[in-house]
Ligand binder design. Sequence first.
Ligand code: GLN
Length: 490
Amino acid sequence: MELYEKTIHELHELIEKKEITGVELNKSVYERIAQVEEKIKAYVLTMDWEQVLQKAQAVDDMFARGGKIHPLGGIPMALKDNICTKGVRTTCSSKILENFVPPYDATVSQKLSESHTILVGKTNMDEFAMGSSTENSAFSITRNPWNLECVPGGSSGGAAASVAADEAVFALGSDTGGSIRQPAAFCGVVGLKPTYGLVSRYGLIAYASSLDQIGPITKDVTDCALVLSAIAGHDPKDSTSVNKPVPDYRNFLTGEIKGMKIGIPREYFGEGLDGGVREKVLAAIGDLEKLGAEVEEVSMPHTEYALPAYYLIASAEASSNLARYDGVRYGYRSKDASDIVTMFKKSRSEGFGSEVKRRIMLGTYALSTGYYDAYYLKALKVRTLVKGDFDRAFEKYDLLAAPTSPSVAFRTGEKRDDPLAMYMMDVCTIPINLAGIPAISLPCGFSEGLPVGLQLMGKAFGEGPLLKAAYAYEQSAGFHLAKPTLNGEV
Ligand code: GLN
């Protein structure tokens, strides 16, 4: 097995035993990128090799001097390109931010630097995180490592593909309506959306601020626990970040889930769910039962209203958040405008892609006088009802289990011109963001040769029990060990 194929915890052990160095590991991942990136296109940019080498050498030197090495120390990782990195271009895969170099680090970037991880690149995404296939990037189309003709999911498609194709040991994505979990499911890796407020959003370029969360995309559940422990925690720079002590999430990985109560929300298995996905997810739930969990069907009656409510709330917030891109202070400015109003108009018209414009228009409409009550306010009320479904379910159950996505990865281009079909891809993930609770997607088998994701949802700040169940399942099922062949070309 090559170094680039290994998990964080395996690599950490090798580094600690002095069997490998950080330099060797980073070199291995760089060679892998050189070998496969042309096919996958996971990255918007990769870091300069000399710089990476220097950083890896510094970690090795620190360790050689007797310093203690953090569990993430020396590990090459990638960040979604909406996470600010000081001095490193951060584009949101948008023409409007093509040349934006942040003067500061996002809190998560800083925390990962303090853990001595090594940034190898910024990953491709749907522009401003709006989309479910990474086809809305202004720069390139990322391919699914399991089938290069299929999408990797989105909007953190580059992040998930980079981990699945072993171009990074782990990545961070962001999830507003499913953007960590759905691409993780499509690419056969693990993705976790934390509870709203657990991980700081400072330096995450805002899409819909009441829904956005940053989270890990990893090769297995143990790595997910390690990365979450490193990035979670209170941050005075994010007023929505919660002041609670962060446990070491590894302590929950016991493999023991006897007596755990798991609810199966009936509405997630309804019309539109692909037969192959249903079969694999139900089989996984059967495995959880064999491991000692008590499984029972539950009804969450407001589920069907979550999707329209989400698209109103997310677009409304986006229309406000994206008002700052006016060509004045930073970002793209149209060259051919003779007065200021034309400059605003042209900069925004030329700088944003069509999906982003669609959301800005939808959101502005939903917030406008006369429509506010009928759309935005109503959507907020629906959000409360959706959250109520979860509150009731969690009085009885420790966790809920469902598919992550109604289908496996679809073909590139298949849904590009059909926004409604694209929006339906989020039907299983969106309610979780509306409720603010945590959820994880992990591989549970294959359908049509493509990975299927099992989604587990937990109580607010219940990442521990969530990871516990995910780990127990993963260890018994073993699907995390499967590797894509990149269409047999590598
Ligand atoms: N696909 C959803 C959207 O387009 C979710 C995106 C996300 O989670 N960032 O809004």
